[in-house]
Design a binder for this molecule. Sequence first.
Ligand code: DOR
Ligand code: ZN
Ligand code: ZN
Length: 441
Amino acid sequence: MVDLCLLNCKLPPKNIECSIAIENGKIVSINKIAPKCDETIDLEGKIVLPGLIDAHVHMRDPGLTHKENWKTGSMAAAAGGFTTVLDMPNTIPETNTPRAFREKLEIAREKSVVDFGLHASVEDPGEIQAISKLKPASFKVFMDTVGNGPLMEVFREVSSEIYEDHNETPNSKLKSKKPLISLHCEDKNITAHCTKSMMLKGEKPEIYADARPSIAEVVAVSSALAMAEYFNFPVHVCHVSTRKALELINRARSHGCKVTAEATPHHLFLDSGYLRKFGNLAKTNPPLRNRENNISIDDLPKIDIIGTDHAPHTIHEKKQNVWNAPSGIPGLETVLPLILTEINQGRLSFSQLERLLCQNPAKIFNIENKGFIKEGMDADFVVVDMKKEGVINPDKFHSKAHYSPFEGFKVKGKAVMTIVRGNVVMDDDEVFPNKGHFIYG
Ligand code: DOR
Ligand code: ZN
Ligand code: ZN
């Protein structure tokens, strides 16, 4: 007798109907005929995908909970089809000490309805070893605020042999992989220089793209690749926005550099014209680019993962002038309908979706037991209705941030149920209480 069976599931790409049996939060069998079980959910032939993993979210908790908190942010994740999120360290306090890391862990354990990991940042490289023991998803460096000198120290420390010796004993099963380095790639000097000169030119939101030009990303990515090669250490480039940077990354990769590339839905689907249309609601770092420089869904074969960079702010903050309004776009509740719409129109496939939003995030960030629908894996799923049509409406978001530059987009395809380790956390837009687990715990 198993705990739960999902009946009449269609698993892409073959779409053969099957039943998935779940026990103790794990997938125990995938068969045509369901075994005896305590409970069943009939999915009536709907598509079932692995629960989505977002490697790049800002839950704003602790310290910035007027923008979002672990409860509202993780409810947005569940509503959007995500079963795991990796949170960024730019909270108050920053997640850059063992104490801050533990404090955030406790809050997330208390409030998150989906599973989670935490990225750390670095203030004192001397603390990297101690933070590593707590298993951060990565060490994140914002190159728009940190120069190449301190970045080099992070590479030196994280990649060092000494640090490896301080891992578990060589034969221990617990011997963990080192956390990688993930980077916000915009050059500090170029962004500061260009922002200063653009500030003299007024307050129209569309001038923001020139305050942080494409070359700032290209220069930062070049430095990041040079360090990854020099220290022979893996680096993950967050939110690549320009085709040129993507080209550099793929060229370095073909020469053996350990680098992975992430793209956001807003850089894939929008361009700088949306700054004119939506004003500061479309303000984000790196900025949306003009069409010549912008990445698009045609570039997805060269991209490893989609991360939403869910970066909520209050409408009040966003209503300030372009130089004072904070940058960031909420993304957890819009990416899946946008991608499903592309699949419905034949421009993307379920295999691409699973590669970018499930399998690769699990592989890159060493998330065991997630990202795939297979026996033995966590029973994390998103069920989608490919026929459901609608319009993106930020008023309906579970996030505290009720704005989006995707407002009004017509979409076809929607998450109708999200399941975390066998627990239904979202059914038909309603989100239910659940205790999310620390994925590296
Ligand atoms: O637009 C952005 N917003 N880019 C970042 O790198 C940070 C983020 C935030 O935290 O608001
Ligand atoms: Zn960033
Ligand atoms: Zn971010």
